[in-house]
Design a protein around this ligand. Structure first.
Ligand code: TRP
Length: 452
């Protein structure tokens, strides 16, 4: 049961955890689900979920990970034993292992789109492109399963190679340059949107809530996305927490990560919606949103190919630093429990997930009309993980940290006392679990049958 090294310090942990949090969720998913769910009110619920559910649960995950110091399955088992609770708590770890594999399967497909756009940008495809041309370009890519498969395979291989080399495999350093660069790029894009798009319409869409547009399903999506974007509910952050030095403040670290993650998502929204409105595009057009809007902006800028290639390359890096945390728990579990090498375990997990990804690829072309209850295979993978497995994982993690763990254990590990500890405990014991429970029950219709 060896643990591969320890983070070189607080900064390295923040980088890795931010690397995990900031990814396609912020730049690809947040804008498109915001567009599909009507904007402002959805964004507000999402922000509330980050503050009241995401932050306390992230603290809980890091705390459990640092205390358990192993993969999420063993960590849950060990801590449950320590507190005299049932070893069934390890099932939370198992659910996370599977959620990670399922998310990676489609995450790699979408990251493949970014890779393909990087290659297109290098060839100058976006220079001077019109809104219509950008839409066509995207549909051509989606329609070709062999291209999607090739890019998905390339991205999955890149992730597998990095994970196989271990936690410190150089990505840490790359992220410390790529993240700030991505941030600067986004600011630039927002600047373009201010000068050339319907900027105020975009701001209005994102920030002025109209609750009549907010369905129960939208609330679930907003909550699910709070878990997704912060990498919570499946043990990814728990696995990273195992490498966090003892003297680092979990609360301050968590807040830093949550703010960085949220700012990136909002910037992406501010860069995209003004273009959507100035070109008469559809805000709710779905997963292709950034791929049909951002090229228009790049195409219109001087040095369009240069800027577009840099942007899509940075997006691929952001996706990579997230993707590694999706398969890390499964890999850690296998290497800590069996004789298999890290390389072997990574190829096994990554390979299985890659295979599952083919289902998502076909959802965009050959099987796009094959729906179950209105959802394609890709839709189901995303729905089951983001809207069900992550919130359930988070619910159990909150219950464990808030109720099963003694106050002494959690207070010591968080090194919190007084008001800040009470606030965390209140959010973790009551607010987070109840909010998750109510939303899940409401959407599944159970609450309605109980006449509430
Ligand atoms: N948070 C990442 C993003 O927004 C995706 C991700 C990485 C993730 N690791 C995770 C989501 C663990 C849920 C659980 O792109």
């Amino acid at each position: 049961m060896s643990v591969q090294g320890s983070w070189s310090g607080k900064f390295a942990f923040i980088l890795a955890a931010t690397g995990s949090a900031v990814g396609l969720g912020n730049i690809w998913k947040f804008p498109y689900i915001t567009g599909e769910n009507g904007g402002g009110a959805f964004v507000l619920v999402y922000l509330l979920c980050i503050a009241a559910i995401g932050i306390p649960i992230m603290m809980a995950e890091i705390m459990l990970g640092r205390r358990g110091h192993q993969n999420p399955v063993n960590t849950m088992e060990k801590l449950a034993r320590e507190e005299g609770a049932s070893s069934a708590w390890k099932l939370v770890g198992w659910m996370g292992v599977f959620a990670g594999i399922m998310i990676f399967s489609y995450y790699s497909v979408i990251a493949g789109w970014a890779l393909s756009y990087f290659a297109d940008a290098l060839r100058g495809v976006f220079s001077g492109i019109t809104a219509e041309g950008a839409g066509k370009h995207f549909n051509t890519l989606l329609g070709s399963w062999p291209s999607l498969l090739a890019w998905h395979t390339l991205f999955a291989l890149m992730t597998i190679l990095i994970v196989a080399r271990g936690v410190r495999g150089g990505l840490e350093k790359a992220v410390s340059i790529m993240m700030p660069a991505l941030f600067v790029m986004l600011i630039l894009m927002v600047g373009y949107a201010m000068g050339n798009g319907e900027f105020m319409k975009g701001v209005h869409f994102l920030f002025s809530p109209d609750f009549s547009k907010l369905s129960g399903a939208a609330v679930l999506t907003a909550m699910g996305h709070a878990f997704f974007t912060l990498s919570l509910g499946m043990g990814a952050i728990m696995a990273y927490g195992a490498y966090l030095p003892k003297n680092v403040s979990i609360g301050a670290t968590t807040i830093t990560i949550a703010i960085a993650d949220t700012v990136v998502a909002l910037l992406a929204g501010l860069a995209i919606f003004p273009i959507v409105f100035s070109h008469g595009l559809e805000a709710g057009s779905g997963p292709g949103l950034i791929f049909t809007t951002l090229p228009i902006a790049f195409g219109d800028m001087p040095y369009s190919s240069l800027f577009a290639s840099i942007f899509f390359l940075l997006l691929v890096f952001a996706a990579l630093s997230s993707a590694i945390s999706l398969i890390e728990p499964a890999v850690a579990r296998i290497t800590e429990k069996t004789a298999m090498s890290r390389g072997g375990a990574t190829f096994l997990v990554g390979g299985f997930s890659w295979l599952l990804g083919i289902g998502s690829i076909l959802s965009f072309n050959m099987l796009s009309e094959h729906k179950l209850a209105g959802k394609t295979f890709f839709d189901w993978m995303d729905y089951l993980t983001s809207n069900i497995m992550l919130p359930l994982g988070g619910l159990f993690i909150a219950i464990f940290a808030g109720w099963v763990m003694s106050r002494k254990s959690s207070g010591d590990e968080l090194s919190l006392s007084g008001f800040s500890y009470s606030l965390w405990l209140f959010l973790t014991r009551f607010v987070a679990p109840l909010a998750v429970l109510i939303v899940l029950l409401k959407v599944s219709g159970v609450l309605d049958t109980l006449f509430i």
